[in-house]
Design a binder for this molecule. Structure first.
Ligand SMILES: [Zn+2]
Length: 102
């Protein structure tokens, strides 16, 4: 695995002008609950005042922020390594959220 983003949502209706996904450079966040090479893909959530970037989504299972090197969109599937959860990205109240997939 080289990115938590496992499967991108299919583009919207044919002919839609879906914008290319923005890419992000990830830094090591010091998150030490996964092997070193994966640390940049996760970080601790800072609480209610923490703002998530377009490439980040909060894992509702373990409350860790999952970070992708690409912008996330509703329908994406991401993997949370710290708790081994498979998640699907949804839009809720104008923000991206993740729900577990069983
Ligand atoms: Zn998790």
């Amino acid at each position: 695995m080289n990115d938590p983003l496992q499967k991108e949502a299919p583009d919207d209706a044919p002919g839609s002008k879906a914008q290319p996904r923005q890419r992000y450079v990830l830094d090591d966040t010091g998150f030490n609950e996964v092997p070193k090479k994966y640390r940049k893909f996760y970080r601790k959530f800072g609480g209610p005042g923490d703002t998530l970037a377009p490439n980040e989504v909060l894992c509702p299972v373990c409350m860790v922020v999952v970070r992708s090197s690409r912008e996330l969109r509703p329908g994406d599937r991401v993997y949370c390594m710290p708790c081994f959860s498979r998640l699907i990205v949804i839009e809720c109240n104008g923000r991206l959220e993740a729900r577990p997939v069983y």
